[in-house]
Ligand binder design. Structure first.
Ligand SMILES: Nc1ncnc2c1ncn2[C@@H]1O[C@H](COP(=O)(O)OP(=O)(O)OP(=O)(O)O)[C@@H](O)[C@H]1O
Length: 273
């Protein structure tokens, strides 16, 4: 997007390749591999939200976990500020599809969890947790246990927990897909509000084309088998954006959506393993 055009590159994916070894062997007794990602290249600029879309199984989650440092790549590199990263680090926070909160800890204590490994006093931890509870709009629920929170509230706490370590990059893997449509739209708008406050560089995996367009500065469309970048689409709507129901009525939104849908449903040429 034009607003982000001049921002420095924060995260770079350079020639990322990944195969997994399958269990057992083939008829010829040889080990078998599935080629999941092939030469994936793109950059994410400081403060940008970039979404990854593509058909189920095209390697979106694998790619995010490689960036997180939980899966090792076969070749290529992940760079943060131009420096290769190979392991998980406090510069990258992760938000999952399920919030996976610790059930015996309150909302506040779940947020504080990530802070306990840092050299902070109890008072500093409490202050940071209070700031984050306010940021995600849940100050009133600080002392509730996870089972007392709705799915949407749990995801807000999951986001606050990821933000607790003050990562420079947020990695989000379908964080709203388990929520009902109405809650999802509320949280999408909240994420844009939080993004405007915090300017986190965000890499966001989703199945939902509308969500990708609404949230993102750019959308990376992956082709499948193996996962490759098919196209990177600029989303030109300026911030602050109107809410999603209104944006959906914009003919430009519909054109972008139609282009993405066409890209996803048209198989890319096969690539030799
Ligand atoms: N540890 C593993 N061992 C073997 N194959 C794996 C492993 N992890 C993922 N795969 C395979 O890699 C491919 C990509 O999986 P991945 O979960 O990254 O896709 P995805 O695009 O996120 O899918 P979805 O949209 O359904 O969540 C799939 O074929 C999957 O079966």
């Amino acid at each position: 997007m034009a607003e982000m055009g001049e921002a420095p590159v924060k995260l770079s994916l350079k020639g990322v390749c990944k195969s997994f070894r399958l269990r057992g062997t083939g008829a010829d007794g040889q080990e078998q591999f599935i080629n999941v990602l092939r030469n994936v290249n793109f950059d994410v600029r400081q403060g940008e939200i970039v979404s990854i879309i593509g058909e189920s199984g095209c390697g979106k989650t694998t790619l995010l976990r490689i960036v997180q440092g939980l899966i090792r790549l076969d070749s290529g590199a992940i760079e943060v500020d131009g420096v290769p990263v190979k392991k998980p680090g406090r510069d990258r926070g992760f938000v999952f599809q399920q919030a996976s909160l610790l059930p015996w800890r309150t909302a506040r204590q779940n947020i504080e969890f990530g802070l306990e490994l840092q050299n902070l006093t109890r008072a500093q931890r409490a202050q940071r947790a209070n700031e984050l509870l306010a940021l995600v709009g849940l100050s009133h629920a600080a002392d509730q246990l996870p089972h007392q929170l709705s799915g949407g509230m749990q995801q807000r706490i999951g986001l606050a927990r990821a933000m607790a370590i003050n990562p420079e990059i947020l990695l989000m893997d379908e964080p709203f897909s388990a929520l009902d449509a109405q809650t999802r739209e509320v949280l999408q708008a909240e994420l844009l509000r939080i993004q405007a406050e915090t300017h986190k560089t965000t890499l966001f995996v989703t199945h939902d084309l509308d969500e990708a367009i609404y949230l993102s500065n750019r959308v990376v469309v992956l082709a499948a088998k193996p996962g490759r970048v098919k196209k990177i689409i600029d989303i030109p709507f300026r911030h602050p954006r109107p809410e999603l129901p209104e944006l959906r009525g914009d003919p430009l939104f519909q054109d972008i959506r139609a282009e993405m849908w066409e890209l996803i449903r048209t198989p890319a040429p096969a690539v030799a393993a």
